[in-house]
Design a protein. Structure first.
Length: 51
């Protein structure tokens, strides 16, 4: 079964929000921070750390 990555991340995100109930500002900070880091000079360092 092939599931698109965006769909799997969406399901994990929805379940995480429903089960853990983090504050909305924390969700926004994580999303914005991830977006900004992915588009910065730190992206190769984060990529090598994750792999």
């Amino acid at each position: 079964m092939d599931v698109p990555l965006w769909f799997a991340l969406l399901i994990v995100g929805v379940l995480g929000v429903k089960l853990i109930r983090p504050p909305w500002w924390l969700i926004g900070v994580l999303l914005l921070g991830g977006f900004l880091i992915a588009d910065s000079v730190f992206a190769p360092a984060v990529d090598s750390f994750v792999k």
